[in-house]
Design a protein around this ligand. Structure first.
Ligand code: HEM
Length: 530
């Protein structure tokens, strides 16, 4: 009844006073929020009609630049917006206070938006689904078993030596390359290379060693074509996923559209590669049956995640296969690409590079050859990974479907809505990070110099019970590589240092040229450099 005589802010004040008691009792009023919770429909949006928006996405090339589109939309509409594109509806958020609210409402069985094209592939090929695609109790029972093999600290201790061995061999391979192809005097050669293909090989070699407990020889002078095909297949699968998420992929499947065929073929290749590896490993471990445990059969050594799962026998072979295939598919691009960005940023920031080298040197000296201890003594390595994933997140969103209605920015969001945390714009927002465009690994340290970053800001691996199951593999794999590349204690330091300063880590145009040679899926990454 005050409307005719008062401005909007006065109206709000009056309402706060009159409704305070009632809304707080109902538990829907947030501190600092405007009094009256607004409806879902009132959330700012990018257009009502999903198909019209889809056309716009297509025309403007947003599928390749989703992160940029999100950043622009937050700038235009504020910290929350709705988006309806084709078959997808999401609410997008960016602020830690809203993210906290979302994750606190994820329930005991957190649920993400299902990647339907992936699920459909499993259904039409009659493959079992792994944890990525499952929900509910079914997800939980697999996940608990996998956590023991890849996420818990006892597992980390088992696989660290395998990752360490691959990281050391990678450095040796680079040294040989410099000696062979570099310019300058013997022993003081330097070489400028595009590190991308080598880093993809490194990531595949590392994940295979952890999963199967055996090396696949990708650093040899003639790496197998089969492995190269696997790398291409993962790239193809990732590149074809974003458009399929918004299109009626069942229809595309029905009419045999080439986008769907490319996607399904890529998955088929991933499955057949993983299948061949699994069969080979299975035969090797089975041939020792009756000679004690599989761990003993593997010469007393850790037999890899597959061997552990088979030995324990708590998951059916079908489910082991489904999950190992997902770990393979999730274990290559996810680490190879951030490593490239790590080198790129270290190249642009020589003072950071020097600090890291000093820290690694000191830590090695105290670690007595134990890679885990050495990593613990060099927190800047962890900071580099966090900083790289803040600026160049692998997955640009993490989403949840809350189990109850939640209030975000004073709007009511019904249970079951897909809410996406937009990592790329969040990582570059000055509302969330001080001086966000500065590459500063030290900002994550808790001690002197660190910014004491509070919660819900480091989310590149997701959150809680549903966070990335491969997180510890990825973090340790990337840190070990950076540690060995930075380590200047060994004999061939000179060469390695040159690799850092003049080759991989340099801000020369050649470095950027290397990045431009990425295939489709990486186009987004190049844009992230802008
Ligand atoms: C820098 C590297 C990586 C990043 C940034 C990353 C990021 C993510 C994110 C954001 C999620 C969703 C988490 C959530 O919903 O809360 C996820 C899930 C997952 N990731 Fe990763 N990941 C990485 C490496 C890996 C690796 C190396 C593997 C395999 C060894 C892997 C396997 C998986 C699987 C299987 C899931 C599904 C987990 C579930 O739903 O329970 N990821 N990852």
């Amino acid at each position: 009844q005050f409307v005719p005589v008062m401005c909007k802010s006065q109206i709000l004040i009056i309402i706060i006073i009159t409704l305070k008691g009632r809304k707080e009792a109902q538990g829907v009023r947030k501190r600092g929020a405007r009094a009256w919770v607004q409806s879902f429909e009132e959330i700012p949006h990018t257009g009502k009609y999903g198909w019209v928006n889809l056309m716009k996405f297509w025309r403007q090339g947003y599928f390749r630049q989703l992160h940029k589109h999100m950043e622009g939309t937050f700038n235009a509409l504020g910290p929350i917006y709705r988006e309806h594109v084709g078959t997808q509806k999401t609410v997008n958020i960016i602020l830690p206070s809203d993210i906290a609210e979302l994750f606190q409402s994820e329930g005991r069985l957190p649920q993400r938006m299902t990647l339907k094209p992936w699920a459909t592939h499993r259904e039409i090929r009659q493959h079992s689904k792994g944890i990525f695609l499952k929900n509910g109790e079914e997800w939980r029972s697999d996940r608990v078993l996998l956590n023991k093999e890849v996420l818990m600290s006892s597992a980390v201790q088992r696989f660290i030596p395998l990752l360490d061995e691959v990281a050391r061999d990678f450095c040796k391979m680079l040294q040989k390359k410099v000696e062979r192809e570099g310019i300058g005097q013997k022993g003081k050669r330097s070489l400028t290379v595009d590190p991308s293909p080598d880093l993809f090989r490194f990531a595949l070699e590392a994940i295979c060693n952890v999963l199967y407990g055996e090396r696949i020889g990708l650093f040899s002078s003639s790496p197998s074509l089969e492995s190269q095909k696997f790398i291409w297949a993962v790239e193809q699968m990732l590149a074809t996923t974003p458009p399929l998420l918004y299109l009626p992929h069942q229809l595309l499947l029905h009419i045999g559209a080439s986008l769907w065929t490319q996607h399904a073929t890529a998955w088929d290749n991933i499955f057949s590669h993983a299948d061949a590896r699994i069969q080979k490993c299975y035969r090797r471990l089975s041939s020792f049956q009756g000679q004690g445990s599989k761990a003993e059969a593997a010469g007393g050594q850790y037999p890899g995640v597959l061997g552990q799962l088979m030995e324990k026998g708590q998951l059916s072979l079908d489910l082991i296969k489904a999950n190992i295939t997902e770990l393979m598919a999730g274990g290559v691009d996810t680490t190879a690409v951030p490593l490239q960005f790590a080198f790129f940023e270290l190249g642009r920031n020589p003072e950071v590079q020097e600090k890291v080298r000093q820290q690694v040197r000191t830590s090695w000296a105290l670690a007595d050859g134990d890679p885990l201890v050495a990593l613990q003594g060099a927190p800047l390595l962890r900071g580099i990974i966090k900083e790289v994933l803040r600026l160049y997140p692998v997955g640009i969103t993490v989403n949840r479907m809350p189990v109850k209605d939640i209030i975000l920015q004073n709007y009511r969001v019904p249970a079951g809505t897909t809410v996406s945390v937009c990592l790329y714009p969040m990582g570059r927002s000055s509302d969330v990070f001080d001086d966000p465009m500065r590459f500063d690994p030290g900002r994550w340290s808790s001690g002197k110099g660190g910014q004491r970053i509070s919660g819900f800001r480091s989310l590149a691996f997701g959150f809680g019970a549903r966070q990335c199951v491969g997180r510890r593999i990825a973090e340790n794999e990337m840190q070990l590589l950076l540690m060995h590349v930075s380590d200047s204690r060994h004999e061939k330091v000179e060469t390695r240092r040159r690799i850092i300063s003049s080759t991989v880590i340099s801000n020369s145009p050649l470095q950027v040229k290397g990045l431009q040679s990425f295939t489709l899926v990486k186009v987004a990454d190049i844009n992230m450099l802008q």
